[in-house]
Design a protein around this ligand. Structure first.
Ligand code: S3P
Length: 174
């Protein structure tokens, strides 16, 4: 059992939120790979993708995943990271991967609310919110084979997420 937990899953599922809640409850350190990457790049991911394109971003993201082998605790990972290069293999080798799962309806609603509240996600830029269910449905299907490589899966719609996360920890860290 590792002392490094990767929370993966689609945009809007709540990876960062659950990472923080779990960290508070378990007293483990918490990290957000997107934020660490933004610190290293000295700009937001949105700005980076606008300036250099998505492929350049994916290369930097891959590097950040490798670097995360030096971190301890809970790590929230950007929604697309598991789906590029051998990132899923690297995360599975470096820690316990946990897929936070939700259906298209839940995710679309969360993303629509987030966009309407002013949060900008680079991958949704220019897309009307009414089109989100269609976009998410197709995109999630493409990403599923990668997310399904996670060691653990938790349904955020059906399970007590915090209890499920806790059950993954060895007794000595509880
Ligand atoms: C992305 C998700 C984002 C961020 C980037 C790309 C994706 O993270 O890494 O905009 O490809 O799904 P969140 O899942 O935290 O929104």
């Amino acid at each position: 059992m590792h002392n490094r937990y990767y929370l993966i899953g689609y945009m809007g599922v709540g990876k960062s939120t659950w990472a923080k809640k779990w960290a508070k409850a378990s007293q483990l350190p918490v990290h957000d790979l997107d934020k660490l990457l933004e610190l290293r790049l000295q700009m937001s991911i949105s700005e980076y993708i606008s300036a250099f394109g998505e492929l350049a971003f994916r290369k930097e993201e891959r590097e950040e995943i490798r670097r995360s082998g030096n971190l301890e605790g809970i790590i929230a990972v950007g929604g697309g990271s598991p789906c590029f290069y051998d990132n899923m293999d690297v995360m599975n080798a470096q820690g316990e991967t946990i897929y936070l799962h939700a259906g298209v309806g839940f995710l679309s609603k969360r993303l629509q609310d987030s966009t309407l509240a002013g949060n900008e996600r680079p991958l949704l830029k220019g897309l009307e919110v009414a089109m989100y269910p269609e976009f998410v449905g197709k995109h999630l299907l493409e990403r599923m084979p990668y997310y399904d490589q996670a060691a653990h899966r938790i349904s955020v719609e059906k399970e007590d997420v915090l209890a499920a996360l806790h059950s993954l920890m060895p007794p000595y860290t509880k």
